[in-house]
Ligand binder design. Structure first.
Ligand SMILES: C[S@@+](CC[C@H](N)C(=O)[O-])C[C@H]1O[C@@H](n2cnc3c(N)ncnc32)[C@H](O)[C@@H]1O
Length: 302
């Protein structure tokens, strides 16, 4: 990606300028809803960074979550062969009709992304496409449920490029032994390779949110980086290990998987897989969590 490439994408006629955005809001008498995370992007440079990170092209498709008044949708439509946007706020649909008028290959669906049947939508809208990426400036109040839905439904995705709260991006990309590392880091890194694209100041939104933001790219993996026989159990072990961050791994696991009577077996089990019982969950690598869940499962834990 180079600067000139970024600059040519967004033109002065597009929605994503402070004056155009304010004009559309005023013309439609729109009162933005904080409860729906309605902070609209007005910065061409950031928009360009987002769309370039998604690696789109005429044979590729993009799913956008929450198109707002179409600032990002317009840019996606310039690059992708097909764009589908899911928007919960009905008031925005006539505005989107107008802003997306030049792009007949961009479709807007009215609905709540968390209740949307995504495999069905993919079948209806993306058949024959070479790859699909999710690209969105997410409503922050539901960032984690949206990401978990995308990952757990095992949709055929290439990239997930999203603007999110910076603090959540830090947790997604965190390495073992850091304060941000936790079950979200492991869930995201099990399914994807995270990469921070850009830190984003509050000034690029109308209205400005009261948190800092970041754009993160999650490259969806073909196969997880570790082998686990039972994915649900693997994540149950991860969750249990972080229930009380200050507690040792031994204490957290004992509370979740062992009784008072058979607790001593846990110490031997941990030594048997070269994991020191006094360690904290936050120091374990994904490979160590995989080894741990395999051993606990073989021991009969559920
Ligand atoms: C941060 S704004 C982004 C708007 C636009 N994409 C932009 O970048 O300017 C989030 C958008 O998500 C929509 N939204 C909120 N909750 C949603 C949900 N559950 N399903 C679909 N869209 C949702 C909001 O109405 C809003 O348009």
């Amino acid at each position: 990606m180079n600067t000139s490439e970024q600059e040519v994408i967004v033109t002065a006629e597009d929605v994503a300028t402070p004056s155009k955005t304010k004009q559309i809001i005023k013309k439609n008498g729109l009162v933005l809803k904080k409860s729906l995370g309605q902070n609209f992007l007005i910065d061409r440079n950031i928009l360009s960074k987002i769309v370039m990170a998604a690696e789109l092209g005429p044979t590729k498709a993009a799913l956008e979550i929450g198109p707002g008044i179409g600032a990002l949708t317009q840019q996606l439509a310039k690059l992708a062969g097909r764009v589908l946007a899911v928007e919960i706020d009905q008031r925005l649909l006539p505005i989107l009709d107008e802003t997306l008028e030049p792009y007949p290959h961009a479709t807007v669906v009215h609905g709540d992304i968390l209740k949307t049947n995504l495999p069905e939508l993919f079948q209806q809208h993306f058949e024959g496409m070479d790859g699909v990426s999710v690209v969105a400036n997410l409503p922050y109040y539901i960032t984690t449920p949206i990401i978990m839905k995308l990952l757990e439904e095992k949709l055929p995705l290439e990239n997930i490029v999203v603007m999110i709260q910076k603090e959540v991006a830090d947790r997604m990309a965190a390495r073992p032994g850091t304060k941000d590392y936790g079950s979200l880091s492991i869930a995201v890194q099990f399914y994807c390779e995270p990469e921070l694209v850009s830190i984003v100041p509050r000034t690029v939104f109308v209205p400005q949110p009261n948190v800092d933001s970041a754009v993160i790219r999650l490259r969806v993996r073909q196969t997880p980086p570790v082998e686990v026989a039972d994915v649900d159990f693997f994540f149950a072990v991860v969750q249990a290990s972080f229930v009380q961050r200050r507690k040792t791994l031994y204490n957290n696991l004992a509370a979740r998987f062992f009784t008072k009577e058979n607790k001593p077996e846990l110490e031997a089990l941990l030594h048997g897989i070269q994991i020191e019982p006094s360690r904290r969950g936050e120091t374990l690598s994904m490979e160590e969590f995989a080894r741990l869940s395999t051993a606990l499962r073989a021991h009969g834990c559920k």
